[in-house]
Design a binder for this molecule. Sequence first.
Ligand code: FAD
Length: 605
Amino acid sequence: MAQILADRRDIDFVLHEQLGVESLAKDERFADFNRKAIDLIVSEARNLAMKEILPTQVDGDRIGARFEAGKVTVPESYHKAWKALRDGEWMAMNEDPEVGGQGMPRVVANAASEYLMAAGVAFLMHSGLTHGAGKLIETFGNDKQKKLFLKKLYSGQWAGTMLLTEPDAGSDVGALTTTATPNGDGTYSIVGNKIFISGGEHDMTENIIHPVLARIEGAPAGTGGISLFLVPKIWVNDDGSLGEPNDIVCTGIEEKMGIHGNATCALSLGSKGKCRGTLLGEANKGMSAMFLMMNDARLMVGNQGMTLASAAYMYALNYARTRIQGRSLLKMRDKNAPAIPIIQHPDVRRMLLTMKVYVEALRSLSYYIAYCNDRVALAADPEEKDRFQGLIDFLIPITKGFGTERSFDVCSTAMQVYGGYGYIRDYPVEQLLRDVRISAIYEGTNGIQALDLLGRKLGQNGGKPIRDLFEEIHATLTAARGVDRTAPLAEKMEPLVLRLEEVARHMGVTAMYGDLLNAAAHAHPFMMACGEVVTGWMALWRAQIAAEALGKGAKDKDAAFYEGQIKSAEFFAQTLLPVAMGHLEAILSGSTTANDILEDSFGGK
Ligand SMILES: Cc1cc2nc3c(=O)[nH]c(=O)nc-3n(C[C@H](O)[C@H](O)[C@H](O)COP(=O)(O)OP(=O)(O)OC[C@H]3O[C@@H](n4cnc5c(N)ncnc54)[C@H](O)[C@@H]3O)c2cc1C
């Protein structure tokens, strides 16, 4: 079975033809990252993924993380893969070399991560969270914390986690009850129970550093009274040596549907009154600090969805080309007609094309956000910085919320392409479908993402980010109108964009001055509609570049690839766009039924 994981031609297209990322090398900071260097990094990541990470995928699923007497073990291939990540310095690709990173543009790191993640998402979560914990320390830590922890995390010598959730504080993090009491020596005594902690305990590293949300005694209720603490599994002495084990007990790990190789731990902190931590950042500002990590983690989860969807599409495509079943509809009466590969059946082509459109659009979206991050990092002009940051902020709930929902659909469609074999463990899409499902739930459920889009992002900075986004989309419409083959597609796309602008105004007004509950009931459809428009935008942008390349005489494989881009945009405009338009009409109709229905009328009584 071919293991392609991701379409390299498509990755190169997004990097070099759509985003032109080598232009980042004009800035001194990224001067080393010319086309040759970028291509080499992506190739190296692919090799590493195939050789070292891919074995973790099946082992993680079949052997899984195991729990015995407070200890968690992971399969041997995880240890090997972790060492390979460390040896190759893949943990902090886009961080400053001064603090142990590789200094590469984020968009390049994104491309490399695509291969790594597609090869073993449950394994790679460990390094993603480790990097996130390091980033928190780099941004909010004092000199001592940076000295003790930063390089050890960025190098993967130690691992990191993220401790927010408690039994009664899931989506509502502000309800947490974990407490922190000053010890008088600069440390705090932490007491509480955290659940569902990814990689909360394992045997890959000698130490695990937990950023923990807790409330300092006497602090206000709600999110405004939450602080962030660094709580190591093993205490780290001032000289960097390891001290006593901290009072943290893993009381169990969850049996779950997918990502079996990543232990989801219940952690008891301070049950003996001896769990120590240090304050990270300012007291009572823990939530805003944690948002930094959560935003990165939300992008990571959006990428998890996209990479698994991409792998599922590659597997399904390969299967459809080789599985022989049934005869051509046009030769139904001919008993001697040969059986054909299922890729020739119209319904299978419909499924493949639907998957192709979403995978490509989600890849473009993911890389675009990473590229915006690079533009933020390089921008000297504060207005330009704000514009790119606003675009990132607005697109995060879309890539996480819409992206993971569509990624699940893609994995499910991949299973359908396989027929019965898709449901069987011997074939890879069964695991991909199980593994991808969590992406819609953790890191803020997609319901919470939708509320974030409506409640925070839509009105952020007087609505500037969404206006900037529409400006970008209109620029693509204008460019596409100037190319013969994409002009009709732009004509079809424009009414959808204009309708979304109207719906966005309607949602903003309803949420602020009308009926908050009904705005909330339409928040998820609104997020999905934004995602559909972004999908159409990306498809059109790609098609316009492809049409220009064809106009310049692209040949053979390249010509087929570019034709495929135009077909994706055509399929979106003719088949998916009307459905998206229908969703926008439904939002505008302002149905109040979801709120009107009596609880007893849901049935079941
Ligand atoms: C495998 C796995 C790994 C995880 N890893 C971590 C981790 O590393 N660190 C960590 O801290 N947490 C982690 N989590 C926890 C995860 O982030 C939470 O499960 C998630 O945030 C939802 O919280 P909950 O499970 O309590 O569901 P609830 O908050 O009870 O939500 C249940 C349902 O109600 C909806 N809902 C709740 N409140 C609202 C609201 N105000 N408005 C609209 N809808 C609402 C939700 O969208 C959802 O559909 C993990 C969970 C799992 C399953």
